[in-house]
Design a binder for this molecule. Structure first.
Ligand SMILES: [Zn+2]
Length: 258
């Protein structure tokens, strides 16, 4: 009972301190949280994803953009920032009132992750892997971008757009970059923090979501080549082996085709 009361008090504190309503369903290093809307979305937004994102931001926020995919992308960063402030953890909003949080990732491994990306899979967003900025000590911004690009691609799909193929291409790139952040260094993979199965669960869930979005995007003629390089390029052999080892062979075969 006492534990229950403490948990309730923590929940109340999180609500009061955050300015954004959330319900922690996991108090471990990593886990899913439910995020309640902070306001009614303004009537000018009719697209489901923008209604969702806008309802989790505040009046006068700076993330709106004339391009709907960019709006969804930047709005996702905005919600992630709110959640970081209220939880004290890294947070990634994946729509429908759902987010994943985890402790800051181990520092100084972005350089290793960057080098781990095979040359054939270094695309237009590879520059995000460049250490030397404020995120050098925290590569979780790569996961932040993965979430934002996936949400931006969902916006594109919901509008039935045929342009903005780049946002789908970047979503696929971040499947690789995000994976490299986790699996680039076996010493890190063996560290206690990285053993937490929740990280892997979240990554698998996110990649499945990204692949589903890609399949609905009708960009196969321009974007399939990237996935094909992931599946077959000689220089990606080590990455494929590592992904099979971390995610499971049956899963990589089913979801990514190798
Ligand atoms: Zn971004």
């Amino acid at each position: 009972m006492r534990i229950c009361r403490i948990v309730c008090e923590l929940l109340l504190l999180a609500v009061l301190a955050g300015g954004i309503l959330l319900c922690m369903v996991a108090l471990a290093n990593a886990g899913w949280i439910t995020v309640q809307p902070t306001r009614q979305s303004t009537p000018s937004y009719r697209l489901p994803i923008l209604i969702d994102i806008e309802s989790h931001l505040w009046n006068g926020h700076p993330y709106a953009d004339r391009d709907t995919s960019t709006h969804a992308h930047e709005g996702t960063h905005g919600i992630n920032g709110l959640l970081r402030n209220s939880t004290g953890k890294k947070a990634f909003y994946v729509l429908n009132g759902k987010a994943f949080v985890f402790e800051p990732l181990l520092s100084k491994n972005l350089y290793r992750a960057k080098e781990f990306v095979p040359a054939s899979l270094r695309g237009g967003c590879y520059w995000y892997m460049q250490p030397g900025h404020w995120w050098y000590y925290d590569p979780s911004h790569i996961i932040d971008e993965f979430t934002a690009y996936t949400n931006g691609s969902i916006a594109r799909n919901q509008m039935g757009r045929t342009d903005r193929r780049d946002t789908v291409a970047f979503t696929l790139e971040f499947i690789v970059y995000s994976s490299c952040v986790f699996i680039c260094d076996t010493r890190h993979a063996q560290a206690e923090q990285w053993k937490d199965k929740e990280y892997k669960t979240f990554m698998k869930w996110s990649i499945e979501r990204a692949m589903l979005v890609y399949k609905k995007s009708n960009t196969r003629n321009t974007n399939e080549a990237y996935l094909q390089r992931l599946r077959t390029s000689k220089d990606a052999m080590k990455l494929r082996e590592s992904m099979r080892a971390w995610y499971g062979k049956a899963w990589t075969r089913k979801v990514l085709g190798f």
